[in-house]
Design a protein around this ligand. Structure first.
Ligand SMILES: *[C@@H]1O[C@H](CO)[C@@H](O)[C@H](O)[C@H]1NC(C)=O
Ligand SMILES: *[C@@H]1O[C@H](CO)[C@@H](O)[C@H](O)[C@H]1NC(C)=O
Ligand SMILES: *[C@@H]1O[C@H](CO)[C@@H](O)[C@H](O)[C@H]1NC(C)=O
Ligand SMILES: *[C@@H]1O[C@H](CO)[C@@H](O)[C@H](O)[C@H]1NC(C)=O
Length: 355
């Protein structure tokens, strides 16, 4: 518990600091480990702190102030989303670069209504639902806890018990926090609303039931089961697969405003699919207006035909091979008593780097 308190204080200091350094930025800024150097009084009341977070819009500030301990959880979920995006895209031309020093976390590239922007919306909505649900079951928030088992279906062979994680609460919070920013009458609003819902579903559909045996000496005559969140990596991975198969849609403004798939030969997107409106840039060359870094200097995989392979990642510009001496621990042996002694071995490693 002590350690947790210390962590909370750290996050609070971090948040208090951020509110001075950012103006007008997006809520992902909550997850960036920007300068912790400014000496801001961390004892500002919660409501005041929420209202000062300039990168939240007014309705988000209101929601924030209604939930006493929500800020570190939002900071955690932003970080979770950023980390997972960077993990999934580490071999892609656009590698989910974040710009801690800027007021737009991912730069202007996400103003393009691309499939990459779709992934970001989805993974973010997923991370908020996930982090809030986790916090509920850990007792970190006052108005939620474990799911009341009354709500869960009854079963003969086993009984609900323990702490079922309350994904409904997390989903609802994610909805309140993120959907409110979107205007369902616009093309981009509809795109974002679709993708954030897909993100939340990616968490919900991966909930699992875990059970534990009870009964005399391992007889397992009775099982107690509860619902458990998936590992967030699985969610990120699942969404990355949806990203790869995402649907190109257009805005139609007929009786009802909606998005429709451009190529009718393709499968219509369902609620778990991701949709996008604009083709992506190729991300090959540096573009400072869009904050695209380009792929020069990126390490590529010479053996791969995929997007991490030198041909695709380097955009046909070719690559250079460098040989580096690397030092590793090796020939480790246990020495009585009690340490492990290793030699340092040198080896050569080939690295291929895009021109
Ligand atoms: C970011 O800050 C710059 C000035 O530093 C400003 O011109 C720009 O409008 C800001 N961008 C956003 C999205 O707030
Ligand atoms: C993304 O690629 C750039 C080079 O284009 C590199 O500097 C950066 O470290 C990479 N970021 C991540 C998160 O992998
Ligand atoms: C939605 O479509 C995906 C393929 O894009 C499919 O794998 C999935 O089962 C579908 N989900 C539902 C609920 O129909
Ligand atoms: C960067 O991208 C913008 C928008 O696509 C384009 O207008 C501009 O010419 C690009 N700049 C460079 C230096 O390529």
């Amino acid at each position: 518990m002590r350690r947790l308190d210390a962590e909370l204080v750290l996050v609070v200091v971090l948040l208090a600091t951020l509110q001075l350094t950012c103006t007008n930025a997006d809520w992902w800024s909550l997850g960036l480990q920007s300068s912790i150097s400014n000496n801001v009084d961390p004892h500002i009341p919660h409501k005041e702190r929420c209202s000062k977070l300039e990168y939240l819009i007014d309705s988000q500030k209101r929601l924030c102030s209604q939930h006493e301990k929500i800020l570190p959880i939002l900071a955690y979920s932003a970080k979770l989303a950023i980390d997972e995006c960077q993990n999934q895209f580490k071999f892609s031309r656009w590698n989910c670069t974040s710009f801690p020093e800027k007021n737009t976390t991912f730069g202007n590239v996400v103003t393009i209504r691309s499939r990459e922007a779709a992934y970001l919306s989805a993974v973010s909505a997923a991370s908020v639902a996930f982090a809030v649900t986790k916090a509920c079951s850990k007792g970190e928030l006052s108005d939620c806890s474990c799911e009341t088992n009354k709500r869960l279906r009854k079963n003969q062979k086993w009984k609900w018990g323990g702490c079922s994680e309350d994904i409904r609460y997390g989903q609802d919070f994610s909805k309140k926090f993120l959907d409110i920013r979107e205007d369902g009458n616009t093309a981009v609003g509809l795109m974002n609303l679709h993708n954030i819902e897909a993100g939340r579903r990616a968490v919900r559909t991966r909930m699992t039931r875990v059970c534990k045996c009870h009964g005399v000496s391992g007889s397992c005559s009775m099982q107690i089961c509860w619902r458990k969140l998936p590992n967030f990596k699985l969610v990120g991975e699942g969404l990355f697969q949806r990203y790869e198969g995402s649907s190109h849609v257009k805005f139609v403004d007929k009786r009802r405003r909606k998005l429709r798939i451009i190529n009718p030969d393709f499968k219509k997107p369902n609620k778990t699919d991701l949709v996008f409106l604009d083709d992506s840039p190729d991300y090959c060359e540096k573009n400072d207006t869009l904050n695209i870094l380009g792929t020069r200097g990126r390490e590529c995989n010479r053996m791969s035909q995929g997007i991490d392979g030198c041909r695709l990642l380097c955009c046909g510009r070719g690559y250079q091979t460098r040989v580096r001496e690397v030092e590793d621990k090796c020939k480790c042996a246990f020495v009585w008593c009690c340490s492990v002694k290793c030699d340092i071995c040198r080896s050569r490693r080939e690295e291929h780097v895009c021109n």
